[in-house]
Each structure stands twice: as C-alpha cells, then as structure tokens.
Design a protein around this ligand. Structure first.
Ligand code: ATP
Length: 325
C-alpha cells in the first residue's frame, strides 16, 4: 500500500458532462481512505499559477447532476514547455501534493504522461471527453450525455423536416472522430452518416439520393464536424447543386452537445472510475488511465490510451444503410 497524503485533482481540455460526478467520486473516496484532496483550478494553467483549493466532503455536495466542471478547465500552452512544467511541480511540492488525478482527453493525458516521467509523482487519468476517442475504455465520461443531447435535437429537427418535406444536414461534434455521428445517426434514423473515418460517405449518399426511395418526405443526414466533404455548409451546397429538387437545410448543433446534466450512464461511469482511481493510487499504480472495458475496471498506460484506433465499426454504417431503406 502506497502512503498517499494529498491528491491534486484537476479537469483539463474540453468540459464534458459527468466531470463533476468524477470529481465528487474522487473527493469522497479519498476522504473515505483518509487522504486529502486539493482541487487545481483550470487544469495545467492553475497548476502553474498555484491556483489550489482544499476539497472537503461539502465541496462536492449537490454536483453529481451538474454539467460542466466545478474545478473549471482550460488549455495551457505554458505547460507544453519544460519551464512551465517545472513551475507546476514546484507549486505542487509547496502545497504537499504527492499524487495527481487528471480528468480529460488525449491532450490532458499527453501532458500527464510527460509530467509523470519528468517528476517523481504518481499520476492517473480519468477519461473525460464527449468524443469517446480514447483507447482503454468502452466509453468516455460525457459521451452518453452528448449523444442523447444530439438525438433529442435531431428528433426536433425531424419535426420540421417532415412537415416541410426537407432534407436536413445536421452537423455534430467530432473533428477527428465520427463516434458521435455514428451512434446518433443510427438512433435518429438518419439517411446517411458522414464521418472523417469513411472516405466514401459522399459517394454513398449521392447514390442513395439518386437511386433510393423517392417517396420519403424527410431526410436527415448526420455529418461529423471533421467529415471529408468540408463541413455541413459545403455538403449542403453540393447537394443543392446536384439535387436541386431537394429542399436542403443545414443545422449545426455546436456547443449544446457539451453541456447539460449528465445521464445516469455517465454518472455511474464517472463514479466507478473515480473510486477506482483513488484505490489504484493506493495500490501504487501510476501513468495509466482508468476506464471500463466489458463492464470491468481497466488500467491503460497513457501512451496507449491516447492512441485511439481510427478504425470504426463498419457494421454501424451498414446498419444505417439497411435501416434507411
Ligand atoms: P478534449 O479531447 O476534450 O479536447 P483534451 O484533454 O484532449 O480534451 P487538449 O486541449 O488537447 O484537450 O489538452 C489539454 C491540455 O493538455 C493542453 O492545453 C495542454 O496544457 C496539455 N497538453 C496537451 N498536449 C501536451 C503536450 N504535448 N505536452 C504537455 N502538455 C500537453
């Protein structure tokens, strides 16, 4: 058993619903094991500025249901420099912080990995990003809430699409990964899904619009931000040009996908990995992300966690093709 006395806890990168549930789980579990927790405000930025607050049982009351992060989050260019990280480490030492738990995505874990190698401090990570683009966990904290938000929004857009006989291109988040588009496309009954991982999406869509059923009154196309065709407006322009008889509209969902109260699945995931991370620090683990694979807690080295495979489940695309007949 490693004697940890004070865990520094921070959220970093993009906020995600469920981060607060993870913060609560870490704080309460640490207190359960008689370990203090220091909240680091605005991630690596706060570490460099020495922006620290002691966390108590009450500090995390009434937050399990709230979106965003009470510890705030930021992006720090200074932490990417060796000098910045040295200042951060000195601040941690000054405040007697002897272990770290980072909640964030691949950038956050890249920073955590480098920091853990440079300085003698154990660091663990919790997967907090709506993108679900980390290896070593089936789902990331925030993904379930985000896809439910998208499906809810698309259902509403469908009302207008159906009433006006329109074709809607709905852009969802995902610059490098189509995982939000993939699932929401199935759940919302989309005509097609356009994602960065699939280079033949537009050709398939053209074929569908040209040769598919003609009696459909509404069509929804879900496009990930980083799709191959250059964004939703460009896709809208191309479709209007090629298929002028469709009344085509574009809707960009934007930041509503990042906010809102976390779903039950996200709260449970955040709570499980939060508890497991504190216990893992006590067991002497470091340099890993704590996730859940096949419903079991798993530990994945940061190096591997950030190397998310861009291979998507081709069956998902096939499902969309079959079900949108
Ligand atoms: P999201 O997936 O939601 O965007 P993220 O954790 O990937 O979350 P980033 O903005 O990529 O978000 O990274 C968060 C922070 O991690 C950066 O602002 C920076 O401070 C730190 N970081 C990223 N890459 C490095 C690096 N190579 N070296 C040191 N720190 C880094």
């Amino acid at each position: 058993m490693t004697q940890i006395k004070n865990i520094g806890l921070y959220t970093s990168g993009g906020d995600a619903p469920g981060m607060n549930a993870a913060i609560r789980a870490v704080v309460r579990t640490a207190l359960y094991y008689d370990i203090a927790v220091t909240g680091i405000i605005r991630g690596y930025e706060g570490m460099i500025r020495g922006d620290f607050v002691p966390m108590h049982r009450k500090s995390v009351s009434n937050i399990v249901q709230r979106g965003g992060t009470i510890l705030k989050t930021a992006r720090s260019e200074q932490f990417k420099t060796a000098e910045g990280r040295k200042i951060a480490y000195e601040n941690l030492k000054k405040n007697n912080i002897d272990a770290l738990i980072a909640i964030g995505g691949d950038g956050t874990f890249t920073g955590a990995k480098i920091f853990g190698q440079e300085f003698d401090i154990p660091v663990l990570g919790l997967p907090g990003t709506i993108d679900n683009d980390l290896a070593g966990t089936d789902f990331t904290i925030g993904y379930d809430t985000a896809i439910n938000t998208v499906v809810d929004a698309v259902d509403k857009i469908r009302d207008t699409a159906e009433s006006h006989d329109r074709l809607f291109i709905v852009e969802v988040m995902g610059r490098d990964s189509g995982l939000i588009a993939l699932r929401t496309g199935i759940a919302a009954g989309a005509e097609a899904i356009l994602i960065p991982e699939n280079k033949t999406g537009m050709a398939g869509l053209f074929d569908r619009l040209e040769n598919g059923r003609k009696d459909k009154t509404s069509r929804i196309i879900i496009a990930a931000e980083g799709d191959d065709a250059g964004g939703a407006f460009e896709i809208g322009r191309i479709i209007t040009e090629k298929f002028p008889h469709y009344d085509t509209r574009v809707s960009i969902l934007g930041h509503i996908q990042r906010g809102g109260k976390p779903t039950c699945m996200d709260r449970v995931l955040a709570s499980r990995v939060g508890v497991a991370a504190v216990e893992a620090l006590r067991d002497g683990r470091s340099g890993e992300m704590v996730g859940v694979i096949h419903n079991e807690i798993s530990y994945t080295p940061f190096d591997h966690a950030i190397k998310h495979s861009h291979e998507i489940n081709a069956k998902f695309l096939k499902i969309v093709e079959i079900l949108s007949l």
